[in-house]
Design a protein around this ligand. Structure first.
Ligand code: GLP
Length: 241
């Protein structure tokens, strides 16, 4: 694992933008795996800026998002679908038929997981997967568990994750209790992984993921075994490394 230590969230976001932009320059038809949450917001702003100023080209790119809440329609203001359009897709030249999400309204979650996996495979697999990390070291919505999940699947969110994500909703009661998420296996099959962590509340998760035992109770710890991971931390998230 390569670790890039930066001082601030701003610097972390710039380093991440360089890597994603570099991937697109080298391979314009890259398949990107993208993430939501507050951590990648400034990275996405940087990518939009690069698109507008130097013509970073998304026209041949494809994206698959990590996860989506169960029960939220695509146009729900809190859906990850909306988040990605507002923060990135509506501002760059990515084709709208090249962006994919798990369907949070699917009646059959097993079939939906299979559909999503098949779409990723048909696109040629994920070239570069962007990840944030939860305070309990979850990636995507893969919560601490007894086993690593292999495929896109439906998950029950932990109370701590619901509480952490409540800031995006009117109240904690409004946070969906379930999500569709890429599995740990789906993430692991990406050719390159870029993991971002910002803020003191992520420091323990980062330490456990990077230096602790490889265990499904620390979902991000599996990344120690991946051949191409770049972790970018700001000063606060990296204090325990
Ligand atoms: C959610 C998302 C994750 C994200 C995590 C951390 O649970 N499913 O993909 O990494 O939140 O979010 P934040 O970046 O806001 O701390």
């Amino acid at each position: 694992m390569r670790i890039i230590f930066t001082d601030t969230y701003k610097k972390m976001s710039e380093e991440a933008a360089k890597i994603i932009a570099g991937q697109l320059w080298i391979k314009p038809n890259s398949v990107l795996g993208l993430a939501t949450g507050s951590t990648p917001v400034e990275l996405y702003q940087n990518l939009v800026w690069l698109y507008k100023t130097v013509g970073l080209d998304f026209s041949q790119a494809t994206s698959f998002n990590l996860d989506e809440y169960v029960g939220l329609a695509e146009d729900d203001p809190q859906s990850y679908h909306r988040f990605m359009h507002e923060n990135l897709f509506d501002h760059v030249n990515i084709r709208k038929d090249h962006v994919f999400f798990p369907n949070g309204l699917a009646a059959d979650s097993v079939a939906e997981g299979e559909r999503y996996e098949a779409a990723i495979t048909a696109a040629g697999g994920i070239d570069m997967q962007l990840l944030g990390i939860g305070r309990n070291a979850h990636i995507g919505f893969n919560e601490p568990a007894n086993a690593f999940t292999r495929m896109t699947h439906k998950v029950a969110l932990k109370e701590s994750t619901i509480a952490a994500n409540a800031r995006f909703f009117a109240s904690q009661d409004d946070v969906p209790r379930e999500a569709m998420s890429m599995g740990i296996g789906t993430i692991f099959r990406a050719r390159h992984i870029v993991l971002l962590a910002s803020g003191a509340e992520k420091a323990e998760a980062v330490r456990d993921a990077v230096m602790g035992a490889i265990t499904p109770t620390v979902p991000a710890s599996i990344l120690q075994l991946h051949p191409s991971v770049t972790l970018i931390v700001d000063q606060e998230a990296g204090t325990l490394l």
